[in-house]
Design a protein around this ligand. Structure first.
Ligand code: NDP
Ligand code: HSE
Length: 430
C-alpha cells in the first residue's frame, strides 16, 4: 500500500482528492500497488470536510504528515515560498518523496530542493508547476532526452492569453478585458504576476533549466508584460499577417549560450502557437532529432492540474514498487552562459507618431541606417491632421542598436512619440 499525505485542500488539492477517489482502481492497477490518501492538512479544515474526507484523516498540523512513518509520498499544494519550502525540505529529510505544483518555489529555490532530494535519495516531481495539465516536464526529461533541444517557446499564462485573444477578437481595450477576466475568475484579484509576465517568467525558467541542463532562475529571465498592448497594435499586427501573444522564449545557441525572455511578440499567423487562444496554454519545442512539436491544453484549473499531480504520484508509486526511486534527479549538470537581452538579434515592430511633412521619413530612416538598423516594412497612415502614424518592421537587429536609434529619435522635433516597440518571433516558420 502506497500512502499519500496531502497539504492543501484548495483548487488543485480538491482536484487531487476527487481524482484519487474517482479513478482509484485504475490508478492502483497502473501503479502496481494499492494507494491511499491517509492524511490531509489545511489551515481551513472546512474546505477539506466539504470534499468528503473522513474526520480521522484531517489535521491542521504539518507534523502529522512529516512524522507519520507510514506516509511515502507528500503532495504540497498550498503554494508560495514559505512555509511550503520548509515543509518540503523537512519531508525529504524524513525520506518522503514529494510532488508539488508550486512554480514560485521551483523557479526560486530549485537548487536547494534538488540538492536535498539527491542527498536523501527521494523523488521530487513537479509536472503541474508549468502549464497545469499539459505534460511537458516529463517529456523534456524523458521522452525527448535523446535530442539537443534548440528552443522552447510557450504560451504559459492563461490569463494574458485570454486578454490578448479577446482584445483581438472583439477590439476591446486591455483594461476592459482585464476586468472581464477578473469577473470570470481567470485572473487573480491581484493579477500583476500574470499581466507583468512574472508567472510566465517563472515557468520558462523551469523549462529552460530542464531543456538545456543548466540552471536558469527567474532573475535570469528578461520579463515584459502586456499592459502596453493597444487595439491599434493588434489591428496593425493583423494587417501585416501576425497575432500578438505573450511568449515565453528559451533558446540555446550552437555555442551553448542561453537566452530566456518573456514579452509580447508579433507571431506569424502560420506559426502553430498563433492558433492557441483563450485560456489555453501551449509549448512549442524544437529538438535536433524530433524537429518541431507542440503540446497544447489547459494550463490551469482543478482537474487538469490534478491530472499532472496524480500522474507524478503514480510515477513515484511505480518507483517505490520497483525500488527505483531517485532515478531522475536534478538534470542541471552544466553551467552555461545566459545572454543579456541587449545582446540578442531580433526583428522589431515600431509604431510612432511623426510630423506629416516632406523629408520626415527620410530623416527617420537616416537615424536607423546610421545605427545599423535596416528596415523591412514601412507603413504610414494619416488622419488629416499635422501628425501621421508610422509603422515600421525592422530586419534582424541587435537590441542595443535599436535602443540607440530610438534614443536619438525621441529627441527629434519631427517625432511626436514612440508609441510602441514589440519584438517579432517565430519568423523561421514562415
Ligand atoms: P488555493 O489557494 O486554491 O489552495 C491552497 C490551499 O492551501 C488553501 O486551502 C489554503 O487555505 C491552504 N493553505 C495556504 N497556506 C497554508 C498554510 N500555511 N498551512 C495550511 N494550509 C494552507 O491554491 P491552488 O490550489 O490554486 O494552488 C496550489 C498550488 O498549485 C500553487 O502552488 C499554485 O501556483 C499551483 N498551481 C495552481 C494552478 C491552478 O489552476 N489553480 C495551476 C498550476 C499550478 P486558505 O484558503 O485559508 O488560504
Ligand atoms: N495564473 C496562472 C495563469 C494560473 O493564468 O495561467 C496557472 O499557473
Amino acid at each position: 500500500m502506497i500512502k499519500v499525505g496531502l497539504l492543501g485542500c484548495g483548487t488543485v488539492g480538491s482536484g487531487v482528492v476527487e481524482l484519487l477517489d474517482k479513478n482509484l482502481e485504475t490508478i492502483s492497477r497502473r501503479m502496481g500497488d494499492l494507494i491511499e490518501l491517509t492524511r490531509v492538512v489545511d489551515q481551513d479544515l472546512d474546505k477539506c470536510r466539504a470534499l468528503g474526507i473522513e474526520e480521522s484523516k484531517l489535521s491542521s498540523n504539518f507534523d502529522d504528515i512529516l512524522y507519520d512513518d507510514e506516509i511515502d509520498i507528500v503532495v504540497e499544494l498550498i503554494g508560495g515560498i514559505e512555509p511550503a519550502l520548509t515543509f518540503i525540505m523537512k519531508a525529504m529529510e524524513q525520506g518522503k518523496h514529494v510532488v508539488t505544483a508550486n512554480k514560485d518555489l521551483i523557479a526560486e529555490k530549485g537548487k536547494e530542493l534538488f540538492d536535498m532530494a539527491q542527498a536523501h535519495k527521494v523523488d521530487f516531481y513537479f509536472e503541474a508547476s508549468v502549464a497545469g495539465g499539459i505534460p511537458i516536464i516529463y517529456p523534456l526529461k524523458q521522452s525527448l532526452a535523446g535530442n539537443r533541444i534548440q528552443e522552447v517557446i510557450g504560451i504559459l499564462n492563461g490569463t494574458t492569453n485570454y486578454i490578448l485573444s479577446k482584445m483581438s477578437e472583439e477590439g476591446h481595450s486591455f483594461e476592459d478585458v482585464l476586468r472581464e477576466a477578473q469577473e470570470l475568475g481567470y485572473a487573480e484579484a491581484d493579477p500583476s504576476a500574470d499581466i507583468d509576465g512574472l508567472d510566465a517568467g517563472r515557468k520558462i525558467a523551469i523549462l529552460a533549466s530542464i531543456a538545456f541542463n543548466s540552471r536558469v532562475t527567474v532573475d535570469d529571465v528578461y520579463v515584459e508584460g502586456i499592459s502596453k498592448i493597444t487595439p491599434s497594435d493588434i489591428k496593425f499586427a493583423r494587417e501585416l499577417g501576425f497575432v500578438i501573444k505573450l511568449l515565453a522564449v528559451a533558446k540555446q545557441a550552437e555555442d551553448g549560450s542561453i537566452q530566456a525572455r518573456v514579452h509580447p511578440a508579433f507571431l506569424p499567423y502560420k506559426h502553430p502557437l498563433a492558433a492557441v487562444n483563450d485560456v489555453y496554454n501551449a509549448v512549442f519545442v524544437r529538438g535536433d532529432a524530433v524537429g518541431e512539436i507542440m503540446h497544447y491544453g489547459r494550463g490551469a484549473g482543478k482537474l487538469p492540474t490534478a491530472s499532472s499531480v496524480v500522474g507524478d504520484i503514480i510515477d513515484i508509486g511505480r518507483n517505490i514498487v520497483y525500488k527505483a526511486n531517485s532515478r531522475i534527479s536534478c538534470t542541471c549538470y552544466e553551467d552555461k552562459p545566459i545572454l543579456d537581452v541587449s545582446q540578442l538579434k531580433t526583428q522589431f515592430y515600431i509604431r510612432m507618431t511623426v510630423k506629416d511633412r516632406p523629408g520626415v521619413l527620410a530623416g527617420i530612416a537616416g537615424v536607423f541606417g546610421s545605427n545599423n538598423v535596416s528596415l523591412a516594412t514601412v507603413l504610414q497612415t494619416t488622419h488629416g491632421g499635422e501628425m501621421a502614424e508610422l509603422i515600421l518592421i525592422t530586419h534582424q537587429v541587435e537590441e542595443r542598436d535599436l535602443n540607440d536609434s530610438l534614443a536619438v529619435l525621441k529627441g527629434m522635433h519631427i517625432v511626436g512619440n514612440i508609441d510602441n516597440v514589440i519584438r517579432l518571433e517565430g519568423m523561421d516558420i514562415m
